[in-house]
Design a protein around this ligand. Sequence first.
Ligand code: NIG
Ligand code: FE
Length: 416
Amino acid sequence: MKGLVIQNAAEVVTPTGREAKFGPAMNELNRIEHASIVVQDGIIQAVDTAERIAFRYDLSGYECIDAAGQSVIPGFVDAHTHFIFGGYRADEFMLRLKGSTYMEIMADGGGIGSTVRQTRQTTEEELYRSGKERLDAMLAFGVTTVEGKSGYGLDLEAEVKQLSVMQDLARNHPLELVSTFMGAHAVPPEYSDEEDRYIDFLLADVLPVIKEKGLAEFCDVFCEQGVFSLEQSRRLLSKARELGFGLKIHADEICSMGGAELAGELQAVSAEHLLHASDEGIRALAQNRVIATLLPNTAFCLNEPFAAARAMIDSGCAVALASDFNPGSCFSHSVPLILALACIKMKMTAEEALTAMTLNGAAALNRAGSVGSIEPGKQADLLLLKYPSYKFLIYHTGVNIVQKVIKKGRLLCTNH
Ligand code: NIG
Ligand code: FE
């Protein structure tokens, strides 16, 4: 085969560029009607009207996918998940339905601590098996690049176990995987009430090992009242930066405590959640070009107010949307739910939501140079939708309308 051609799409719709889109630029999509895409060796060669492509290329010998009546968009990038874990916490969800809060459950020994106990007891083989199953499920929703965090081990051995499983999956699974070390996800029982000593341990005995083994690109911390303070988060992330990790921070999820401001101060790549970010924090994100990764499925599952996406975009921030898929606060990787909540509840436009779920997600993973848009030179990560317009992503509310998923020019999944 000479290559692949996606022919006669009703439209190709994509943000453009090799970096995040900030503020009003999030609305700017490139839309070509009756379009074709030429791919060679997994890389996009040309995107143009079907007529011009037919004129420029001799397509005999190309594998051909007919996209008549279909909208083609970039593969989704889910830039925030915790998908490697043992066990489940369905009972906690039931408790929350009855009025218990996430932090109350955590303080009672449930929450992240419960998943840490279960993950420590789970074998690598089992973590690999369930992780693969979850990646397959994400792929069917059109996710072609995904981030995964550790943070359910909280000791050297179990953190390395989680990240090694991700490394094996990254090698064997067609979905592109980006790993984040999140040893500062909670305080483990061995260090209860000794957060500073636990941070010392991470700095001296864990971070350097993760670095040396090449097990993670990013470092993240749960900066939250009752978990890690601003100062502890600053200490960890500063060292992580010195070692060459990209920085992420779970900021202002449950309380407003200056996490967004800290992300600005450290010029983190992204700040996540931000349900309670202050106006000053939002300004700090915009000024320092920190991507605001918003996770509406978590706000929905916790029945908390949504992050102020409108104010953020109107203040010049780059917003990314992601799932936060995890066994506690959000056991959902549903992209249709993310998009519906973003547009209906957070007042984002459909165009902003598409940019947030593709190019800005890629930028939150330092991948905007290779994925996140449909342009010559980028990887051919493409979704063929069952309908002729990207508007159906929101309009067909909560429904997966992805029909075909193409990663690096390979057709990986067809939904019927
Ligand atoms: O992003 N907030 C911290 N971490 C996850 C929840 C993890 C869990 O509950 O297991 C989050 O919401
Ligand atoms: Fe999270």
